[in-house]
Design a protein around this ligand. Structure first.
Ligand SMILES: C[S@@+](CC[C@H](N)C(=O)[O-])C[C@H]1O[C@@H](n2cnc3c(N)ncnc32)[C@H](O)[C@@H]1O
Length: 211
């Protein structure tokens, strides 16, 4: 089931400025191996948010081999430098990310953690301008209070897969992951500290601003 029409998704991806070097390698790898990266239109949007917010500190939960990380690192670099935390529980993916992001010149920006992402964030003694959440969907509700406590006032939470390939729209769809996404959306909606919107790029991004 597609969340937005494939023709629109292709059009939006085609509008993103051309990528080079390791960005292309990472996009090709995702296609060849069916690895779920955020893709060009959502990635470029994350980069846009990083620039607009002047973000210097970003924490990513569920970073894979560093494709989404690269978009945030580019934004932070162009904002004058800072830190992007890359977290994944698979050391092979972490090593792949290290290689790609070093090739792109971001070795001084990205900090790597191998382990469970929410626990890693909980144990990180800092607060962030942007937190990006792309972990297993069943863990979305429990991750939210931890994320909120680590997000600066005026910071932005971005959550991927919020439309969950359209399953979120189907009331008969009751899988654990789908229900967990619904619960997390309700937690955001019912908390007056968040100002939020869903941006229907690719599989849907939740944007939640902590006021
Ligand atoms: C959807 S993929 C990441 C894609 C990446 N954000 C991108 O767009 O390039 C999510 C990755 O995070 C890992 N992951 C999922 N839940 C996690 C968790 N709770 N802690 C650490 N890693 C997790 C998965 O194994 C997978 O490698």
């Amino acid at each position: 089931m597609e969340e937005i029409a494939p023709s629109i998704a292709r059009y939006l991806d085609a509008l993103v400025p051309e990528r080079t070097g390791d960005m292309v390698i990472m996009e090709d790898y995702a296609k060849a191996h069916g690895f779920p990266i955020i893709g060009p239109s959502a990635g470029y949007f994350c980069y846009l948010m990083t620039r607009v917010m002047g973000a210097r500190k970003v924490f990513e939960l569920g970073s894979g081999y560093g494709y989404s990380t690269a978009w945030f690192a580019r934004g932070v670099h162009e904002n004058g430098g800072g830190v992007v935390h890359h977290t994944v529980w698979d050391s092979n993916l972490s090593n792949m990310a290290r290689l790609h992001l070093k090739n792109m010149g971001y070795e001084n920006i990205v900090v790597y953690h191998i382990g469970e992402a929410v626990e890693t964030l909980r144990n990180t003694d800092d607060t962030f301008d942007i937190v990006f959440n792309d972990i297993d969907k069943s863990a979305y509700p429990d991750s939210l209070p931890v994320i909120k406590s680590k997000l600066k006032k005026g910071g932005m939470l971005i959550v991927d897969n919020i439309l969950w390939h359209g399953r979120i729209l189907d009331p008969s769809e009751r899988s654990r992951d789908t229900e967990a996404i619904r619960v997390m959306i309700d937690m955001v909606r019912n908390d007056p500290e968040w100002i939020y919107s869903i941006v229907p790029l690719r599989d849907g991004l939740l944007l939640a601003y902590k006021q």
